[in-house]
Structures are given as structure tokens and as C-alpha cells.
Design a protein around this ligand. Structure first.
Ligand code: FRU
Length: 488
């Protein structure tokens, strides 16, 4: 029997589909004031199946309007992941400022890249009659998830496609989005390779505090991630318009997120004011189809802004919630200079399921660990804390609620993180079944799903093994985003 009682897992200010199955974000592009979000969608079921592109638009990245399905499977196969661009100069001949989707056609026997275009701000779509535009090299089965962007140097420009090809990334260039030339390959011996590479992205960012910049290549792998199974790694280096070279050694593995539930993230093309905004699938292939929701399944992360900063370990990717996320803040309570001893819970009167907790702890070498217990109820709690002895941030969802759909779900997820000038700063977003933790202003993130009972709504602040001082704690109630129904 279908259990329709799954709405208490639905987040209030994270994006989820109106009904049925969602996985990767696709085709992220900003045009004429709207952020477009397409996504891997099965409109007929709450498990993965024949993939379509679902569609939604937003003026502010938080409040979304669902639109009809944009792309349907056809004679070439299912519509797998990909990107979208505005063809400002009409290089493809699809019309002035056409929105062009570049996606993978997944056929039983091969994967190939194809195009579709829209001349009405993404409302209606036409598949290119010459599809597919890029066939796989002989014998290559995994050949998918094109990320396309315009590359310009010395006034001349062309399109670049970044494509996951088995255990590597292949780069192609094109004058018109239709004719593609292979130019280089990266990665066979670099980073983690527990499974094939998927959903790449490539973008340039300034390095904060100096006049340098670097290119960041992000890559998903379905298993071997730091939270178990799906994970996203990244490489930092140079891109000369044809080839990517890593600044780091082949054996260096850098993770975007240390939780179990951040995958297939992509960034928006043409975002206004030059911000590099990304959004990821808040789930994990290991158990994505088993999570205890039934009528809908799948959530996207909060939009995040990327930056590069120098750390003691080298240049690293930092992530912060996009400024728009903070518009969801409602009423708040704050505490300053609060001493928390073992056994204390200064938040005893606080309850909630859609909250932001922004806290600065002054660390004390005597304390073992400190942090929060969220969604606390009968036998249930999710711990988000800092382990002072091991200098790591962790999320423990072993007693978070329903976990028995996947044996590995109870594993603790942690990220190495040192206090900065004696302070551990955490920004935690709780949204019913979603948790996103930003440590040290985005130096590390841990993103995890939880499935507690509806009644588990307690919030606790705790210290163990010694006292910890809270310099400042702000707890915001987060307002629900407005999500309007499918039109048309
Ligand atoms: C990543 C992925 C992509 C593929 C899509 C299929 O999560 O496996 O490689 O295009 O999902 O839905």
C-alpha cells in the first residue's frame, strides 16, 4: 500500500518536485531576469526511469514557479543531464538569443550529445533535427553530461564542451554548438576513481586577496565519496581554452562536500553580477530510490556561491549560501557570551524544523566536543558538532529517525577543520529532512538527509567533557519559499 503520509519530509525552503522523481539539476541558465532550473525528472513515478527535463523558474533562486516538462524522451533515447546557454550571437542559427539545451541522449547501446532550443524564454522547446551532434568514440559507453560555456580570449571566442567520458573528462570546442572538435582529455590518473566520472562543471574564479585566478573543475563519482557512495570532487588549475592542467599532484583528492547528500551540482550560466552560483542534488545514488518518501522523491540543495581562498593547505574552494537564502529568515532569537557546561541545554524552550543556526564558539582545549542536537524526539536526534580533540566537524545521523532502508545510512560524516583564531563558526540550515552545514565560512560543508518522526522537533545546544563559550548564537525561523503549481 502506498503511504501518502510523506509530506512532513518535504522541505519548506529547498526545491523539490511537485510530485514524482527528481535527480540532477540541469540546464541552469539566467535569462531576462529569470533563473531557469531544469532537472532530471520522471513524471510518471517516484523512482528513476525514462528521464525527462523538468522545469522551474525563479526571480530570486528561492521562490520557484513550476513549468511543464521541457524535454521528453524520443527516438534517440532518454534525456540525461546537460547544460543550457543563451546563444547571444545566434551561432547555431536557431534564432536571436535562443536558449539552447545541450544534453545527453541515453540510448540502450550508447550515449550521444544533442541539442534543443527555445525562442520563448524556455517555455517551448524544439529538438534540433540533426541530433545527435556528438557521437561517442568507438567502444565508449559512458559519455555524458555536457557542460557548455563560451570561452573568449583576445576578442575571439568559441564554445567549449566539458564531458564525462568513462574515467576522464574530454574537452571539445565548437564555433556553433553543432560541430564539435575534440581538443584534450584530463583526469585518467588524477583524483578519485572508484566509479565512472559524471556531471562535470568548469569555471574560473578570482583567488581572494590577490590578483590571480584559477579554474575549478568539479566532477561527480557515484561511489567512493567521503560520506559513502556518491560524492563530488574538484580540481584547481589552469584552462587555456583547450586543455585543463591541475595545480596539484595526481594523488590529491579534494572534496566539494563531506556529507552523503550533495551530488551532481552545476553552476548557472550567465548569472548576473558574475557570481558563480551552484546547486546540487541533495541525495545519494546508494539509497536515492529507497528514501522514505513515496509520492515525491528528491530535493535540491540551497543555491551556493563559490569562491577561492588561500589556506594553509593551498588554494581551496569555499562555499557559502547565496545571499538570497538569507531572505528566507524570519523571526530570530540571539544569545551572546553564553557558557555551556556538560548537562546544560540553554535552548530547552526552542523547537523547530525549518531553522538557521548561526554560531561562533570560542574553543577551549578542555572540551571534548560541542554543538547541537536537532530534530530531537523520542529516541531520535541528529548531532551536528565539533570534535575538539580530532579537530573535525561532524554530522551523526545514526539515531536521526528512519535509517533502516540503507545499512550505511547510520555512518558519521566528518570534515577536518581547524578553529580560526580560536573560533569555530558554524552556519546550519535545517529544513525538515535536509541539513546543510557550512563550517568556517564555507571552508567545509556537510550536507545530509534525515527522516525523523514529525513530532521530533527539539533543539539542544551541548558541550561534552568541559565548558564551551558561545560568543554569538542566532537562531532564525526560516520562512517557507513560495512554490507555485505547474502551469499549462
Ligand atoms: C548523475 C547521473 C548522470 C546522468 C543522470 C541520469 O547523477 O547518473 O550521469 O546523466 O544522472 O539520470
Amino acid at each position: 500500500m502506498i503511504d501518502f503520509n510523506d509530506q512532513h519530509f518535504r522541505p519548506l525552503y529547498h526545491f523539490s518536485p511537485p510530485a514524482n522523481w527528481l535527480n540532477d539539476p540541469n540546464g541552469l541558465v539566467f535569462y531576462q531576469g529569470e533563473y531557469h532550473l531544469f532537472y532530471q525528472y520522471h513524471p510518471g513515478s517516484s523512482v528513476w526511469g525514462p528521464m525527462h527535463w523538468g522545469h522551474a523558474v525563479s526571480l530570486d533562486l528561492m521562490n520557484w514557479r513550476h513549468l511543464p516538462v521541457a524535454l521528453y524522451p524520443d527516438e534517440h533515447g532518454m534525456i540525461f543531464s546537460g547544460s543550457a546557454v543563451i546563444d547571444w550571437e545566434n551561432s547555431a542559427g536557431f534564432g536571436k538569443e535562443a536558449m539552447v539545451a545541450v544534453f545527453t541522449h541515453h540510448h540502450d547501446h550508447y550515449e550521444a550529445q544533442s541539442l534543443a532550443y527555445s525562442n520563448d524564454c524556455g517555455r517551448t522547446w524544439t529538438k534540433y533535427t540533426g541530433n545527435p551532434v556528438l557521437l561517442p568514440p568507438d567502444g565508449l559507453c559512458d559519455f555524458r553530461d555536457p557542460k557548455v560555456f563560451w570561452y573568449e580570449e583576445n576578442g575571439a571566442g568559441y564554445w567549449v564542451m566539458v564531458l564525462a567520458a568513462h574515467h576522464a573528462i574530454r574537452f571539445y570546442t565548437s564555433p556553433n554548438l553543432i560541430d564539435w572538435t575534440p581538443v584534450s582529455t584530463f583526469g585518467e590518473h588524477y583524483g578519485a576513481h572508484n566509479s565512472v566520472w559524471e556531471t562535470p562543471d568548469l569555471f574560473r574564479l578570482p583567488v581572494e586577496g590577490c590578483d590571480q585566478s584559477r579554474w575549478v573543475l568539479t566532477v561527480g563519482i557515484g561511489s567512493g565519496g567521503p560520506g559513502g557512495a556518491s560524492g563530488m570532487q574538484y580540481f584547481i588549475g589552469q584552462f587555456d581554452g583547450k586543455a585543463f592542467t591541475s595545480d596539484n599532484s595526481e594523488s590529491t583528492v579534494l572534496w566539494v562536500d563531506f556529507g552523503a547528500d550533495y551530488y551532481a551540482a552545476q553552476s548557472w550560466s550567465d548569472s548576473p553580477d558574475g557570481r558563480r552560483l551552484m546547486i546540487g542534488w541533495l541525495n545519494n545514488w546508494q539509497y536515492a530510490q529507497l528514501i522514505p518518501t513515496t509520492t515525491w522523491r528528491g530535493v535540491l540543495s540551497l543555491p551556493r556561491e563559490m569562491s577561492l581562498r588561500r589556506t594553509a593547505d593551498g588554494i581551496r574552494l569555499f562555499q557559502q549560501p547565496a545571499a538570497e537564502v538569507l531572505n528566507q529568515r524570519g523571526a530570530h532569537i540571539e544569545w551572546t557570551d553564553l557558557n555551556v557546561s556538560p548537562g546544560d541545554n540553554p535552548l530547552v524552550n526552542l523547537h523547530g524544523c525549518a531553522l538557521e543556526l548561526d554560531v561562533a564558539f570560542i574553543v577551549n582545549p578542555q572540551v571534548e566536543y560541542f554543538g547541537f542536537r536537532l530534530r530531537v524526539g523520542a529516541g531520535e536526534q541528529t548531532i551536528i558538532a565539533y570534535d575538539m580533540r580530532e579537530q573535525k566537524l561532524f554530522v551523526d545521523r545514526s539515531h536521526s529517525g528512519q535509517t533502516d532502508f540503507e545499512p550505511g545510512f547510520t555512518r558519521v560524516h566528518f570534515a577536518k577543520m581547524r578553529p580560526v583564531d580560536g573560533i569555530v563558526h558554524l552556519q546550519i540550515f535545517l529544513d525538515w529532512s535536509c541539513i546543510e552545514v557550512f563550517g568556517n565560512d564555507g571552508e567545509v560543508t556537510i550536507t545530509d538527509t534525515i527522516f525523523p518522526a514529525e513530532a521530533s522537533q527539539g533543539v539542544e545546544l551541548f558541550a561534552q567533557g568541559g565548558e564551551v563559550q558561545v560568543r554569538l548564537l542566532k537562531v532564525y525561523e526560516m520562512k517557507p519559499a513560495s512554490i507555485t503549481a505547474v502551469e499549462g
